[in-house]
Write a protein that binds this ligand. Structure first.
Ligand code: SAH
Length: 216
């Protein structure tokens, strides 16, 4: 029998996407790789973009927003260095792809989305997929989510012009925040912010392109 799969070039499955775009580009954390194998990106792109589900770039998800490039999601997740007992705050639920990955790696995920229709749609999808450790909030992420602070990890998937102080304040001791920061749309720097007792360390992780974090 002819194995058609052998003749298809480019990623035709989630597994292939993970191998080509995530493992081959240097993501090493086995737990992160496992999470990407378990969460099929196809479930997070709109119906009319299914044929591009495993492509190496962001995709529009409606409301002027995008699902991030798979490698970007993997890199930010690896930098965040989550432990299975960690609680994590995500700003910018979007398609819920990053949210699902976080939910595989951490104990509890708290996610905030500013666009109500997107927030509701994504919550339904993640609940249907069986995730029980995700908590949803509609609103602006600049003030974080005070009720459940402190967090071991905070991940921001839209770019503010400065690091919001309220988010730094909601980091636990030893906590990490991964955040794109920049004045211009789609021209930002990714930072890792680490809280170590009274000290805050900020590390530059390179140039990135995100949608701006909108003020209400
Ligand atoms: N991780 C998501 C990225 C979505 S793009 C994914 O891969 O699908 C960024 C998201 O941040 C958008 O859904 C946008 O609506 C949301 N966002 C922008 N500004 C925000 C704010 N101030 N508070 C919360 N969410 C915000």
């Amino acid at each position: 029998m002819i194995n058609l799969g052998r003749y298809i070039t480019g990623p035709s499955s989630n597994r292939e996407m993970v191998k080509n775009q995530i493992i081959n580009r240097g993501i090493r954390d086995p737990r992160v790789i496992q999470a990407f194998l378990e969460v099929d990106r196809k479930g997070f792109v709109p119906e009319n973009k299914i044929h591009q589900a495993y492509d190496d770039h962001p995709l529009p998800i409606g409301n002027g927003q995008t699902i991030s490039q798979p490698y970007m999601v993997a890199e930010m997740t690896e930098i965040l260095g989550l432990d299975k007992n960690d609680t994590v705050l995500e700003i910018g639920t979007g398609s819920g792809y990053q949210t699902a990955i976080l939910a595989k790696l951490a104990r509890e995920v708290f996610t905030i989305e500013i666009i109500p229709t997107l927030a509701v749609k994504t919550q339904k999808k993640l609940e249907k997929l069986g995730f029980l450790n995700i908590h949803y909030k509609i609103g602006s992420g600049f003030e974080g989510w005070h009720e459940y602070a402190l967090y071991n990890g905070i991940i921001v998937t839209a770019a503010p012009t400065d690091i919001p102080e309220a988010l730094v304040a909601q980091l636990a001791d030893g906590g990490r925040m991964v955040i794109p920061v920049g004045e211009r749309s789609h021209h930002q720097t990714l930072y890792l912010v680490k809280k170590d007792g009274e000290d805050i360390h900020i590390l530059n992780k390179g140039a990135v392109a995100f949608v701006p974090m909108v003020k209400e």
